[in-house]
Design a protein around this ligand. Structure first.
Ligand code: KG4
Ligand code: ZN
Length: 335
């Protein structure tokens, strides 16, 4: 089955063609980062307008790249939530209009299910069952995955998501948007051990996360440096390193706990923060001690993309699911 996938939940317009027999045929992405950077974060109205501009040219581009014609497409998947409602509506309206015109089924996909399944697009996909750590700008969740569609939430953040903590902390330290890759870049020059930051909620049992206290602790440390006239590039790098280490150590401890609790040896990490190299190294080290394995998507499929939506939608359409023709999206939506 050949499925067109559309992703418009935030500031990336992602379009892809996935075929159940031949795999991923084409994918294209337009990132709006430059549009939003001057505002220090995503401006929802600008995001919606830009998705409208980009969508049809990107669809034409993937059809040309895959040397397909519109009549080859057998189903359309779109992100139905969670995300920015205006942005989601662009993808949903476009998908439903094309599905109606081409007389094919459409299916709304959960954005985090898309992220969760993105590692399935790699050459060596993980085998069920596994524990998944979903770490994006909006979510930090540990999920037990027994099969496609069989997900059990093990724990999640009670406040900021990991990516959100990266973004907010970067902003407080005067770094550019989006903050995750910026902190990772700056942290490379950081000297380990200069700052001691908390590893939130690791000293008590359970699989919940909390990142807002860590953000405040980092801000307090940075303000002390400013007051002491020590707010130079090296200090910023040292603090960025300490912050990243605190997030990585916290996520690693909780992943290990989840694997032990579920008696599993396979971990999947997905979502924007799973592109973080320090996190990957730390989880790989933890898993190799347990004779287990960690799986993740290629960097461009860790952040938002159309391929993960095409893949997740294809699985659901092949299982016989499809949507009515109502245009229905959700800002919040438990997976
Ligand atoms: O999954 P995603 O593209 O969008 C959401 O669904 O939210 O995740 C975006 C988040 C942002 O918070 C961004 O700062 C973070 O992922 N991120 C990173 C890295 N690359 C992206 N965080 C840490 N290290 C990175 N290399
Ligand atoms: Zn995402």
């Amino acid at each position: 089955m050949l499925v067109l996938g559309l992703e418009t939940s935030c500031d990336e317009t992602g379009v892809a063609l996935y075929d159940s027999e031949r795999g991923l045929l084409a994918d294209a992405l337009f990132s709006q980062i430059d549009l939003h950077r001057v505002y220090g974060g995503v401006v929802p109205e600008l995001a919606s307008r830009d998705h409208i501009k980009r969508m049809l040219p990107l669809i034409e581009q993937v059809l040309a790249d895959a040397q397909c014609s519109a009549k080859d497409i057998q189903g359309i998947a779109y992100t139905a939530g969670p995300g920015l409602v205006g942005a989601l509506l662009v993808g949903a309206a476009c998908a439903q209009a094309l599905a109606f015109a081409w007389e094919i089924p459409a299916i709304g996909v959960h954005h985090m299910e898309g992220h969760l399944l993105a590692p399935m697009l790699e050459e060596t996909p993980p085998q069920f069952p596994f524990v998944a750590l979903l770490v994006s700008g909006g979510h930090t969740q540990l999920v037990r995955v027994d099969a496609i569609g069989q997900y059990r939430l093990l724990g999640e953040s009670i406040d900021d998501a990991a990516g959100e903590a990266f973004d907010k902390t970067a902003k407080l330290m005067g770094l550019k948007y989006p903050g995750g890759p910026e902190i990772a870049r700056v942290a490379e020059q950081g000297v380990p051990g200069r700052f001691k930051l908390p590893r939130p909620m690791t000293d008590r049992p359970g699989l919940q996360f909390s990142f807002s206290g860590l953000k405040t602790a980092t801000l307090t440390a940075w303000q002390k440096c400013i007051a002491a006239g020590d707010d130079n590039e090296q200090t910023r790098a040292d603090l960025a390193h300490a912050f990243q280490q605190a997030v990585v150590a916290t996520l690693t401890i909780k992943c290990q706990r989840a694997l032990e609790q579920e008696s599993l040896q396979t971990l999947v990490i997905a979502g924007g923060v799973s592109a973080n190299q320090a996190l990957r190294r730390s989880l790989e080290a933890m898993l190799s001690k347990r004779q287990g394995q960690v799986f993740y998507a290629r960097p461009e499929f860790c952040t938002d993309n159309g391929a993960m939506i095409a893949y997740a939608g294809c699985q659901r359409l092949m299982a016989g699911q499809q949507e009515g023709d109502a245009i229905h999206v959700r800002a919040r939506w438990p997976m």
